[in-house]
Design a protein. Structure first.
Length: 214
């Protein structure tokens, strides 16, 4: 039976990356996506912007919406402070199964909590289920039409504190127009656009970084 792209991506990690070396996992995925098959990881160019934001925030608690194969969860987790943790949410159980194995190959199971389900269902339950008060950093990388409703839901559920950072992927391609309109015009956020390119291509894309002002 035919393998899937995430399965081929995992095979490339297991073949080319060193167990327990997260940076070699990131490199193996980027090389696979550049040389073999495009895949929707945040990628190396936008990944550098993600790295700089994570390093600046130095977050104890991170929420990622959209795990896919675990590339950005691994990238974030290897920059966290000693007790820092990331909760990453994936809707597709097949992708989640691949991501678990990528995360294990990187040796980051202790720092990354992978949850399978829909953001709309899980966001209201995170506080009680995971004992999280608020998130220092949220990385939005899931269905583009869920960025806005889920941001409002996180506000309502008290998951954001004054100074919490939202970092949104794909605000140009595929695009999140309603989210951008809201976040750039809301008095409750201060936003900044980081111009870049769609992963592994020359197409314009970018990350929107927003500080919740409380
Ligand atoms: O679609 C994309 N990502 C989302 C995946 C599903 O996410 C579903 N999903 C994951 C957790 C989760 C939680 N609740 C609901 C849905 C939830 C996505 C797409 C592209 C892209 C750009 C150009 C193209 F020609 C084709 C594709 C690039 C990206 O960087 C992306 O991130
Ligand atoms: Mg993306």
């Amino acid at each position: 039976t035919q393998s899937t792209r995430p399965q081929r991506l995992l095979a490339a990690v297991q073949k080319n990356a060193t167990r327990g070396d997260p940076r070699s996992v990131v490199l193996a995925i980027d090389q696979f996506c550049r040389q073999k098959e495009w895949a929707m990881n945040v990628g190396d160019e936008k990944g550098c912007i993600l790295d700089s934001v994570v390093s600046e925030v130095n977050p104890g608690a991170v929420l990622e919406l959209g795990t896919y194969c675990g590339y950005s969860a691994v990238r974030i987790a290897c920059l966290l402070p000693p007790h820092g943790k990331i909760i990453t949410l994936e809707f597709n159980p097949d992708n989640a199964a691949i991501a678990r194995q990528v995360i294990a190959w990187a040796g980051l199971e202790e720092k990354i909590q992978l949850v399978v389900g829909a953001s709309g269902d899980w966001i209201p339950k995170i506080k009680e289920q995971f004992g999280v008060k608020t998130f220092d950093l949220v990385f939005l990388d899931h269905w583009k039409d869920r960025y806005l409703p889920d941001t409002k839901l996180m506000e309502e559920c008290g998951l954001l504190r004054e100074g919490s950072i939202l970092l949104a992927d794909n605000v140009i391609c595929p695009g999140t127009p309603d989210y951008l309109e809201y976040i750039r015009n809301s008095p409750r956020y201060k936003s900044q656009y980081f111009k870049s390119h769609l992963e592994y291509t020359k197409v314009e894309d970018g990350l929107e970084k927003s500080v919740f002002l409380g």
